[in-house]
Design a binder for this molecule. Structure first.
Ligand SMILES: [Zn+2]
Length: 466
């Protein structure tokens, strides 16, 4: 007989039991009205953000539509567009702060009602984070500061030199530094599908088969057409246990990244579909995004299916630079929330100062002079802070997993893909460290893990130099 408790005797239901127990333990009837109020404030934020428009060259534009002008080679035009958006947001600064003040108070009360000292500790439990703690997060932030920021600053210096500027301003960060026209990976969606199919065929026969099956079963709705809802995502038809992909492809490199990413999620759903426990057919977000982000990196190895050799390298470079650039932002958003919810009685001035200190740490070499207020309020545009508190570091954790899968594939492609598929097939049936381990990755996010991955990114970027 095996000595020990339930876990040893019922490993099959360990994760399931843990999640159900957690859910029951956190429930407090007195929190129901508070959560309703919290949801109302979230709606207010969404309504406010969604309603913002500007008048640009005689036309009314949403702030999302304004985003594309930051890719314009014409610098004064970029600046004009950026300033207009920043100014529009600042007009609502008071409202954003007021919504957030009330959210913090409510969330703190919800946490206290459930028996926690603060909302951070409550949120970690609520999000089912059993495999890492709030204390792991500052280690991640520190590692981003020491390992990633030097590379980010190098990339910014290079961009500055290529753009022939003394200083990078906030409107110089998205434009192609060599002023080239946008990459054109395909003209028609059918081309995107057939080329993506070729990438997966070259990567792995089984994954190629999965994507072909999705085509045959008409599980892809990819083209942008009038009246179609915006966005791109993968979801699962739970009854049929089949994934589908929805997106609005218009012929940009971004679309190629999206289809590779969402296909990674779809492969995950296909791999885990046989599990008869529905809860186990989905993994936690920290690992779901390993499935999808790995596919971006692995798929990009064959992106010549879309491009000439030079354009393929340009696309890879943009992708890898994006990975470097997202870590500091994740660290900023996460560290900010740790600060906020462990000091629920802070003033708005203290909050702004805390944010600015993080911008100094993680903002890199960008000159914001003349726009100090916009810089201090930049967090207003990060919807997770308002709508999904603490839900952001997952992307950092997952990206580290994906980079490890990619690093493994450079040493032994067959084995890396095999581990990847094995881990996907586990769905959500095991705790995170085991899912990562099955995929050939460590579940650890301090400098020990980040340093070699940053080194790899830097070496790869060097190889892709124009
Ligand atoms: Zn995703």
């Amino acid at each position: 007989m095996i000595p020990g408790g339930r876990t040893a005797l019922h490993p099959r239901y360990e994760v399931f039991d843990r999640d159900v127990k957690n859910h029951v333990e956190l429930f407090r009837p007195e929190n129901v009205p508070l959560e309703t109020e919290e949801a109302r404030l979230c709606q207010q934020y969404q309504k406010l953000t969604g309603s913002l428009t500007v008048k640009f060259h005689g036309e009314e534009k949403t702030l999302v539509q304004m985003g594309r002008y930051l890719e314009e080679p014409d610098r004064p035009l970029r600046q004009e567009a950026w300033e207009l958006v920043a100014k529009r947001r600042l007009q609502e600064a008071e409202k954003f702060d007021a919504i957030f003040d009330r959210q913090i108070k409510l969330r703190h009360q919800i946490a206290r009602n459930a028996g926690f000292d603060n909302y951070r500790d409550y949120a970690f439990r609520r999000l089912g984070r059993f495999d890492y703690t709030p204390e792991d997060c500052p280690r991640f932030h520190d590692a981003v500061e020491t390992e990633v920021m030097p590379v980010e600053r190098e990339l910014q210096a290079e961009r500055r030199a290529q753009l022939k500027l003394d200083k990078l301003r906030p409107w110089d960060l998205a434009v192609d530094p060599l002023n080239r026209p946008p990459l054109k990976p395909f003209a028609r969606v059918e081309e995107m599908v057939s080329r993506t199919q070729k990438i997966f065929n070259r990567l792995d026969r089984e994954l190629g088969g999965g994507f072909r099956q999705m085509q045959e079963l008409r599980l892809l709705d990819l083209d942008n057409r009038k009246g179609k809802a915006p966005g791109g995502y993968q979801d699962t038809l739970n009854e049929a246990r089949l994934p589908f992909i929805f997106m609005n492809a218009v012929g940009l490199q971004r679309d190629v990244e999206t289809i590779l990413h969402e296909a990674g999620h779809a492969f995950h759903a296909l791999a885990a579909r046989e599990d008869n426990l529905r809860a186990y057919r989905h993994a936690p977000i920290e690992f779901c995004e390993v499935a999808s982000m790995s596919m971006e990196l692995l798929g990009n190895e064959f992106i010549e299916e879309f491009y000439s050799a030079a354009d393929a390298n340009r696309a890879r470079r943009v992708h890898l630079e994006g990975i470097i650039g997202i870590f500091p932002w994740i660290a900023t958003v996460d560290a900010f929330q740790h600060w906020i919810y462990t000091r629920p009685n802070h003033t708005r001035a203290e909050r702004a100062a805390a944010w600015l200190a993080l911008m100094d740490r993680f903002g890199g070499d960008v000159d914001w002079s003349g726009y100090e207020t916009a810089r201090a309020n930049l967090w207003h545009r990060q919807l997770h802070i308002f709508l999904h508190p603490f839900y952001y570091i997952e992307y950092g954790i997952a990206q580290l997993g994906a980079l490890q899968v990619w690093a493994n594939s450079k040493r032994d492609k067959a084995r890396a893909l095999n581990d990847y598929k094995t881990a996907l097939a586990l769905g959500g049936s095991r705790p995170l460290p085991e899912l990562f381990q099955a995929a050939g990755c460590g579940f650890e996010f301090s400098a020990k893990t980040i340093r070699p991955l940053t080194k790899l990114l830097r070496e790869e970027l060097e190889k892709l130099r124009d």
